[in-house]
Design a protein around this ligand. Structure first.
Ligand code: TXA
Ligand code: MG
Length: 332
């Protein structure tokens, strides 16, 4: 049995309200949603995705008036961020109320919460009239979906409905900011640039992207297998030639001289625009993965604007594939 894909918001909303699992478009990526107050429904998310229960979910709001039911307090700084950036690709981590089941937050005293900007997701949430817990609608560890078809391919048989809102405009997941303590801390770079957040509230703590492994685990899920393509993926700059005698694909922001040495090339933005590149990233990774290549080489982008989120996803994809490989093949 395959889930129905369509644009019937009322059907999707009543499924959510009655404990169903509904995938839906947001501006970032497609989410796999269940009523956040219903632990039984939330449990189905974990089993459909094969997601470990120690990885907490983000709760999605359709109305600001729902916020006090979900979070216990909103510091002034969080209020400013909400005014400035909601609805939009910013998840705030705040102390949770006891209406939110522990399963949603993996037992943490905090909850990640956001209001998505896609008009279809907002309308869905309002009609369902409950906060919706939703991770990205992919099998655990794999590339996040940015079209309804991506969702159907991985989860079609396991869920009740897919609300098709077209391709996602942002293309990478929300930025996650922990505002539950004294110093706002970036937990995941994402669809809202750090520069815009800092312009609003001043400097935030941005853990170095390269020292992830040595840091205390700030956010569960940060260090786990993620964004993995089946094809091994390595990060290399353009000075490094592709390894010989292999079919190698290239994932690059812009085309460069010498790219014809690769079997397949995905250019993320011909005009070198990082926002456009983020929109294209996951679909390009999927297309390369479908080519049956020996290796995917990804070129890093500049660590600014949405480039931070792009590099983060590439590093995780590279780390995931080196963990699963024993031959040590690759460019270092
Ligand atoms: O754009 C998005 O954020 C998408 C769409 C569907 O909204 N959702 C998404 O969810 O990316 P997911 O499950 O793929 O990522 C959730 C991550 C967790 O892995 C964890 O790192 C972090 O959010 N998180 C959630 N609650 C947290 C909490 N209480 N404390 C720290 N980190 C938390
Ligand atoms: Mg995810």
């Amino acid at each position: 049995m395959t889930a129905f894909v369509g644009t019937d918001i009322d059907r999707a909303a009543s499924l959510l309200a009655s404990g169903g699992l509904v995938a839906f478009a947001t501006e970032t990526v497609y989410g796999l949603g269940a009523n956040a107050y219903d632990a039984g429904a939330v449990a189905r998310i974990f089993s459909a995705k094969e997601r470990p229960e120690f990885d907490p979910l983000i709760v999605h709001l359709g109305d600001l008036r729902w916020l006090p039911d979900v979070v216990a307090s909103v510091p002034p700084l969080a209020e400013r961020l909400i005014d400035a950036f909601w609805p939009g690709p910013l998840t705030l981590v705040l102390p949770k109320t006891n209406r939110i089941p522990d399963l949603v937050t993996a037992g943490l005293p905090t909850v990640g919460v956001r209001m998505p900007a896609h008009p279809l997701s907002l309308e869905l949430l309002r009609r369902a009239n409950v906060p919706v817990a939703a991770p990205s609608a992919n099998l655990f560890g794999q590339v996040s979906p940015t079209t309804a078809r991506h969702v159907a391919e991985q989860l079609g048989e396991r869920i009740d409905y897919i609300l098709d809102g077209g391709p996602c405009l942002v293309g990478v997941e929300s930025t996650i900011l922990d505002v539950s303590g004294d110093l706002p801390t970036l937990l995941r770079p994402g669809g809202l640039a750090v520069e815009l957040i800092e312009a609003e509230i001043g400097a935030i703590r941005v853990p170095s992207p390269l020292s992830n492994e040595n840091e205390p685990q700030l956010s569960p899920g940060r260090l786990m297998r993620h964004y993995a393509t089946r094809t091994p993926l390595v990060i290399a700059d353009r000075e490094q030639p592709p390894p010989g005698n292999q079919s190698v694909g290239l994932l690059t922001l812009v085309a460069e001289a010498g790219d014809e040495r690769y079997t397949a090339v995905e250019v993320l933005s011909a005009r070198g625009d990082l926002t456009e590149a983020a929109t294209q990233l996951f679909a390009a990774m999927r297309r390369l993965d479908a080519r049956g290549l020996d290796l995917i080489v990804a070129r890093p982008v500049s660590e600014s604007g949405l480039g931070r989120a792009i590099n983060d996803r590439l590093r995780r994809a590279a780390r995931s594939s080196s963990l699963s490989r024993s031959d040590g093949r690759g460019l270092g």
